[in-house]
Design a binder for this molecule. Structure first.
Ligand SMILES: [Zn+2]
Length: 578
């Protein structure tokens, strides 16, 4: 369950596959690479393909035709022939890419998920030019290190996940799968609604189910996150919690949180939880996560310390209901803002789980800033596998995404290293088994790719993922320049400390743009990166003042890309200049 480095796990495949790979790689090396980009591409699926395998083929086809003018056939006779296959000799969720004696590229997954991840690697190591497509020659096998490679879509506040046309969200889910994401998590904020019959609640639930169906088609597991003790805004006031101590203003509380030590409130929480789970019967939930604060928490004498008493008690009851309804479902317990400030929550949770750990499968830990020290210094409660929760969305910029892309490869590397550090003390440290980056939209797409690849291979530097991202999304010809620009953008992340390098970052991107295809130049990923550099340069000149036509148009374009026109008052709408 640990994130051990496994860039290429040849030991996990059979000797026959090794020989096949070696021979075919030698063949590939011996074959002259096509000098001219391919105009026609054939994609062949294995016979009796599952829906996910068929979808892998559709994703591959869509990605190629969107990026160049090459056409797709399925007749096996084209400039470039690609075969998709399942090979159970490969590791679960792993993949291998090779060539056949006839010169076709064969992408093989250990299972249908692995096939999608192999398609992703193949795409990222190929070229897309105005003249057509040049297939990659990355012929290796790869196996993921972490079993839980998730993304959490915070489905609220009319952000991208709520407001964008469903087809855009579906495509985005597919594109995350290409990076190895295998869990998609959504939430249902009950405190927004009066009850299940509230038309707004029905609309939100239908949206969640549609997103979950897309996730399943892309080979992902469907995960539901819920604040353990929140409920509908129609809840009787006598059921409500005692506010939790929050001297550092980190725990959040603007919802409808109930006191589970009140028997009637407890019964209502269990009843509404069971009803909520029934909404997903036809989808089939694979995991649930219980959240302690923001929303959540009760500070009464029976519940406090919440993380040590009220929260695990209630979560255990909720866990049993979930397992009754979905046998085999995994239960994740979040420890977000535990002991902020210290209140004995980690220690209390460890004692609680030491007495009974049969209701929870994973502990999740993360924080606003540094990775929490308790699981590193004392071990994870119950010896359970540990997940992280990287904050890739809100940190350091408000409105969130309001200035375009917010790449944070250096910060994410630093936090990852903190979570992996082996202590000098006597407690063995369980390395991470994956996690769920927190996402409020698409502007942190680069950060999602970075996290997904850390879960795939924790030893791979984040900057290497940036280079692969740039080569795929923009052009292999601009990798050095755009990677440098990304680093400069991160150095100017703090809106109050934009330095003169903002000018350099903009010039690097402006120069790179000349070397890219029209398709890449028009893509939203390029536009949000380019606009970020443009906005930084403008803010450098205006000394931080939001003024002028250039900034106005940049913010308007971001708003259109995010579908943020009707965004909630929470800071997810880019700035508006009248
Ligand atoms: Zn209470």
């Amino acid at each position: 369950m640990k994130c051990l480095p496994q860039v290429t796990t040849l030991d996990q495949i059979t000797r026959a596959w090794m020989m096949h790979l070696i021979v075919s790689s030698l063949l590939a090396c011996a074959l002259p690479l096509s000098a001219a980009p391919a105009k026609s591409i054939s994609i062949l699926l294995p016979p009796k393909s599952s829906k996910v395998v068929e979808h892998a083929g559709q994703i591959l086809s869509r990605q190629i035709t969107r990026r160049c003018k090459s056409s797709i056939t399925n007749n096996g006779v084209a400039d470039v022939n690609i075969e998709l296959a399942i090979d159970p000799q490969l590791s679960a969720e792993g993949y291998g890419i090779t060539t056949t004696p006839a010169g076709a590229t064969r992408i093989m997954g250990g299972d249908e998920r692995g096939l999608i991840y192999g398609v992703g690697k193949f795409l990222r190591t190929s070229r897309f030019d105005v003249e057509g497509f040049t297939p990659g020659t990355w012929f290796r096998v790869s196996t993921p290190a972490c079993p839980v490679r998730g993304v959490y879509f915070a489905t609220h506040f009319n952000n991208f996940y709520e407001a964008a046309p469903l087809e855009e969200v579906r495509e985005y889910v597919d594109e995350l799968a290409l990076w190895g994401v295998n869990h998609l998590q959504v939430t249902f904020p009950r405190w927004h609604f009066t009850g299940f019959e509230d038309p707004a609640a029905q609309k939100a639930l239908e949206r969640l189910k549609q997103i979950m169906r897309s996730a399943k088609l892309a080979g992902m597991k469907a995960t539901l996150l819920i604040a353990a003790n929140d409920d509908f805004k129609s809840t009787p006031v006598e059921f409500l919690r005692v506010p939790v101590p929050d001297p550092l203003k980190r725990r959040g509380d603007f919802g409808v949180n109930l006191c589970p030590s009140n028997p009637k409130a407890h019964a209502l929480l269990l009843k509404d939880w069971a009803r909520l789970l029934d909404e997903f019967t036809d989808i089939g939930l694979n995991a649930v996560e219980f959240w302690p604060y923001d929303e959540g928490g009760c500070g009464c004498t029976n519940c406090w310390p919440w993380g040590a008493r009220g929260f695990p008690n209630l979560s255990r009851d909720l866990s049993r209901i979930a397992r009754d309804k979905f046998p085999g479902i995994k239960v994740i317990l979040s420890t977000w803002t535990f002991d902020t400030p210290p209140a004995g929550e980690w220690e209390g949770l460890a004692r609680f789980i030491a007495m009974d750990r049969n209701w929870v499968d994973y502990i999740q830990a993360d924080s606003h800033e540094d990775f929490p020290r308790y699981p590193i210094e004392h071990g994870v409660p119950g010896g359970l596998p540990l997940l992280n929760f990287p904050e890739i969305s809100m940190w350091g910029q408000s409105p969130w995404g309001g200035y375009g892309a917010n790449p944070l490869p250096d910060r994410l590397q630093r936090l990852w290293n903190q979570a992996r550090k082996k202590p000098a003390g006597r407690f063995p440290y369980s390395a991470l088994s994956g996690g769920f980056p927190y996402s409020e939209g698409i502007y942190e797409d680069i950060n999602k790719a970075v996290c997904a690849q850390l879960y795939w291979d924790g030893n791979r530097p984040t900057i290497e993922t940036i280079r692969e991202y740039v080569a795929f999304e923009f052009s292999p010809d601009v990798v050095d320049a755009v990677t440098k620009a990304v680093m400069l953008l991160e150095s100017n992340h703090d809106r109050k400390k934009i330095g003169s390098s903002a000018q350099d970052a903009f010039l690097l991107l402006e120069d790179s743009e000349q070397k890219m295809t029209p398709q890449a130049r028009k893509s939203w990923r390029w536009r949000i990166l380019y606009l970020r550099a443009l906005i930084d340069r403008e803010l450098l000149e205006t000394k931080g003042r939001l003024q002028g036509e250039t900034l106005k148009r940049a913010f308007q374009e971001l708003t259109t890309i995010y579908h943020a026109e009707q965004a909630h008052s929470m800071p997810i709408h880019p700035p508006v200049i009248k």
